[in-house]
Ligand binder design. Structure first.
Ligand SMILES: Cc1ncc(COP(=O)(O)O)c(C=O)c1O
Length: 358
């Protein structure tokens, strides 16, 4: 028998489309690549892709399964695979009609021979490691590798990119250093008469730091989704608590005066970070402080002695505007979490239902 849960993540598809539209025009980019891996950061890859596909140029995912899920849902927008798949899966992935990211010899040669056997030309973006030390051909080998791919049969080089390691830290000097290495590489290619369209370095943080680098292409995940989600629950129980009474695990909060403590049935099992002890919830038009340890199934709020709040009142834990409830950035400032991870956790939480609003 299904039972309703009060815990709801509402994805505002109109806000997603608006964010894509604004980013594309503000950055004046030819190719907006929407990064919708990890189920579109927990928001639902199919719903998000359907909603934004007319506003973006390319969708990007991490794995072949993620790409297949989109194709199975009849999403025909170009898809960039952000990492090389296992060689053993390459041949059967050709049907998905993907743009492959490549950076190893094994992938270059295998992809070429599978493409030639299938009589296809396959678009690729070459990835260069300018300092992230994760994926990509090294700076030392980059020119040589790019020249090789350009002359590899049945591959067409449709893009070249790198990834910033510190773009979420605007002050970090590594951002400038990576950009310098990237620019040096692009200049070297130009001086050798090699021209590649679709060069891209910026993710969301990068697009704010270096908007001028987004002219040809930009890969945006967080910037599209960060202001598109409401997380709501309800006030389940309100109880009188005398001054000085310890509240929740460890008794970390003791109200200085008599008060009323409200319970919201959403805890760390629903994605609320356990480090979020100085957070707030928006109830009946007011901010109230979250107090005491976040529990697995519950958080507590200090309502004071007012009778302004009633059980059953809606409690907003995340608001896209940040005016009627905390914004994603408010939450991460108070809990020191990665905003993408937070959204993914809400999206994956079994007891949080996802609703879509147009
Ligand atoms: C290669 C690559 N590009 C772009 C992105 C999107 O990053 P953001 O969410 O900061 O826009 C990611 C996300 O992890 C990524 O791995």
């Amino acid at each position: 028998m299904p039972f309703d849960s009060p815990n709801i993540m509402t994805v505002h598809l109109d806000k997603l489309r608006e964010a894509a539209h604004v980013a594309k025009s503000e950055l004046n980019t030819d190719s907006l690549i929407a990064v919708i891996k990890a189920d579109a950061y927990g928001l639902g890859a199919i719903e998000v892709a359907r909603s934004i596909q007319s506003k973006v140029d390319i969708l990007a995912v991490a794995t072949l399964s993620e790409a297949a899920e989109l194709r199975d849902a009849s999403i025909m927008t170009p898809i960039l695979l952000l990492a090389e798949p296992p060689i053993s899966n390459l041949e059967k992935s050709l049907d998905l009609d993907l743009i492959y990211t490549i950076y190893t010899e094994a992938c270059r040669t295998s992809l070429s021979s599978f493409a030639s056997a299938a009589n296809m030309t396959i678009p690729v973006h070459i990835k260069v490691d300018t300092g992230m030390t994760r994926l990509g051909v090294s700076m030392d080998d980059a020119i040589h590798y790019i020249q090789d791919v350009l002359t590899t049969p049945n591959l067409s080089v449709d893009g070249l990119y790198t990834h910033l390691s510190c773009a979420d830290q605007p002050e970090n000097p590594e951002n400038k250093s990576q950009l310098n290495r990237w620019t040096t590489l692009l200049n070297e290619l130009t001086s050798q008469g090699i021209s590649i369209s679709n060069t891209h370095i910026c993710n969301s943080g990068g697009s704010r730091l270096f908007p001028e680098q987004c002219r040809q292409a930009v890969r945006l995940g967080l910037r599209l989704v960060e202001d598109a989600v409401t997380l709501s629950s309800e006030l389940r129980l309100i109880r009188f608590v005398p001054a000085g009474t310890p509240v929740s695990y460890g008794g970390l909060y003791t109200p200085a005066e008599d008060t009323r403590i409200g319970l919201i049935p959403m805890g760390y099992a629903d994605g609320i970070p356990s480090q979020y002890q100085s957070g707030r919830a928006w109830i009946n038009g007011k901010n109230v402080p979250i107090v005491g340890q976040v529990c697995m199934d519950m958080i507590m709020v200090d309502l004071g002695l007012t009778d302004h709040y009633l059980t059953g009142d809606s409690a907003i834990l995340l608001s896209p505007s940040g005016t009627d409830g905390p914004s994603l950035m408010d939450i991460i400032e108070r809990s020191n979490q990665n905003p993408r991870e937070l959204l993914i956790r809400f999206g994956q939480a079994k007891r949080v239902k996802t609703h879509y609003s147009e």
